[in-house]
Design a binder for this molecule. Structure first.
Ligand code: C2E
Ligand code: MG
Ligand code: MG
Ligand code: MG
Length: 280
């Protein structure tokens, strides 16, 4: 009896496994098609100068417009894309789209693009970035590359050299989701970051937990000493914003300032008219 029950268990387990595998394979096939058929969209979320509240740029965030499942957020397909290598063409698409879009924005606005650790393993990445800049005409100074600490764990030496080359181009480098990974402080001194993005989990606790304020203010002090700026991610309330301003963060991003939106929905100020003095 127990033997057959065991066998049944196995059967159920196998079926669950293969159903999961099948769903994954379907999703992988769909994602491959999505890239080929341009079903990926890049949405943009603003970030602002914390003191003035003025918009400084937008972060490019990918979405998948699935023919039957609707709009799929990146958390549901980025890891699959990474495991299958599809992140390479996907990432290149986002980078090119973001540079092309940003080239049409008022010149004070930057665009931030997330890069996956898998993309860092591609020898072509530098050329891909150069080509995206050259083809769009976007000034390198207006492009920010966001990477997470996981990039730094592997191939530290090679990645360091790669980041130096990007800096020489004029591209800005941001350390994303700071505080969630291994957060070795040595990364901050070892790699040439311009900006630290404090993960939204710290911001979420800010108004309830005095300890979060202490953490944020130490990050701000540390960043200043290293000549880096600090962005607070996931700012949702005015209360959080005021607190963060008082703590000295340089930039803020979050639903309070705007959700990620398709490019058509974003309003840009009209280009500045020449002042009288310019005309004279
Ligand atoms: P991330 O780079 O840390 O991006 C910020 C995420 O926080 C975005 O989620 C954004 O919509 C969300 N967010 C912004 N403000 C708020 C807020 O006030 N409250 C809350 N609760 N959330 C907020 P999204 O768009 O779902 O992206 C999730 C992650 O997927 C990104 O985290 C990034 O790691 C990854 N990702 C997105 N696009 C790309 C891409 O093109 N390439 C790669 N490699 N990864 C991407
Ligand atoms: Mg990011
Ligand atoms: Mg982040
Ligand atoms: Mg992230």
């Amino acid at each position: 009896r127990s033997k057959s029950a065991g066998r049944n268990c196995f059967t159920i387990y196998d079926e669950a496994m293969s159903a999961e595998l099948e769903a994954r394979n379907t999703l992988e096939g769909d994602l491959r098609d999505a890239i080929a058929r341009c079903q990926l969209e890049v949405h943009y979320q603003p970030f602002v100068d914390a003191l003035s509240g003025a918009r400084r740029g937008f972060e490019a965030l990918v979405r998948w417009r699935h023919p039957t499942r609707g709009l799929i957020p990146p958390d549901q397909f980025i890891s699959l894309a990474e495991e299958t290598g599809l992140i390479v063409p996907l990432g290149e698409f986002v980078l090119r789209r973001a540079c092309a879009d940003a080239a049409g924005w008022p010149s004070g606005l930057a665009v931030a693009v997330n890069l996956s650790p898998i993309q860092f393993k591609e020898a072509r990445l530098f050329e891909v970035i150069c080509a995206a800049l050259a083809d769009s005409g976007l000034q390198p100074q207006r492009l920010e590359i966001e990477i997470t600490e996981s990039v730094l764990l592997e191939r530290g030496g090679e990645n360091h050299a790669f980041m130096q080359r990007l800096k020489q181009l004029g591209v800005e480098l941001a350390l994303d989701d700071f505080g969630t990974g291994y957060s070795s402080l040595s990364y901050l001194t070892a790699f040439p970051f311009d900006k630290i993005k404090i993960d939204k989990s710290f911001i979420r606790n800010l108004t309830q937990q005095p300890r979060s304020s202490a953490i944020i203010s130490s990050i701000v002090t540390l960043a200043r000493g290293l000549d880096m700026s600090v962005t607070a991610e996931g700012v949702e309330t005015r209360e959080e914003y005021e607190r963060l301003k008082a703590l000295g963060v340089n930039f803020a991003q979050g639903y309070l300032f705007g959700r990620p939106q398709p490019i058509e929905r974003i309003l840009f100020d009209a280009p500045a008219k020449p002042s009288r003095r310019d005309a004279a």
